[in-house]
Design a binder for this molecule. Sequence first.
Ligand code: THG
Length: 306
Amino acid sequence: MPDTIIKSPTKTVIMGPGRPFVIIGERINPSGRKKLAAEMRAGDFSRVRQDAIAQVAAGAHILDVNAGLGVANPEEVEPQVLAEAIRQVQEVVDVPICIDSSVIPALKAGLEVAWGKPIVNSVTAEEERMEAILPLVAEKGAAVIALPNDENGISFDPVVRFQLAKKIVERAERYGIPREDVIIDPLTMPAGAAPGSAKTLIQVVRMVSEELGCNTTCGASNISFGLPNRKALNATFIAMVIAAGMTSAITNPLEPEIMTAIRAADALMGHDEHCAAWIAANKPAGKAGEERGRRGRRRTRRSRSG
Ligand code: THG
């Protein structure tokens, strides 16, 4: 299976089977965060900047940026807000960006300001969306997340989802987008509302990686919507999908349980050479304390000079 390469001007992120799981930070997303939504709407991006810095410090390799404010006229509001959010993020961190919107003019505005080789999140198998979004992806030389639903909605049959994923990959190739730049998102339905949702997803991940040779991602926190102890469900889910071959996820790196589950799954799957990352993250208390101290001082110095 080929590697997917995502870039900022200074950082290259490589996603592929056998490699450490790629963490796409989910926090810059105003849906479910009223305060953040109000601030972004009013042009205050201080929390966006803080969330960007914190997620990268916690281990995010890429940052998802979403400006879905729940307004009545997203086509008019979202392009400008999303572009500004991306500019603000790029001022404070140097990781690549995942441009998250269902509004096509917003994806366009995001692509205009994103540096390097970003991810466009997302395209579906709907004719109109493929025809509008894939040319934008090709023009920028970006990667794209593909969701296997179409005009008929979301199927609960993994074979149907696989076929729609294949359709998007083939259409993307016609636009000159190589297969490795199409990342398949098998669709994460809340387990509480869609029983066996993780099982279906795992079947799609297997088919997509074995038969299409594409890398995969998902909105991992969706799995636990509406259920108690979401952290435990999210962490367990992520370990399960890593075992099934998933190569990245949009998730919350600020959640230690999730980061521990990802590091553990990487180590157990042999995606963490000599378990080096696991050992580094689990040093005896004294040494971990020293390391934290050093990191803290480094951060202070950097913020003083910048
Ligand atoms: N696939 C793709 N992109 C996606 C999704 C997906 N982007 C959006 C979403 N789904 C993934 N991102 C999130 C971000 C936050 C939450 C869930 C998924 C979340 N937030 C808390 C809530 O709404 O309850 C709020 C957190 C807070 O209050 O701080 O659960 O599936 N391609």
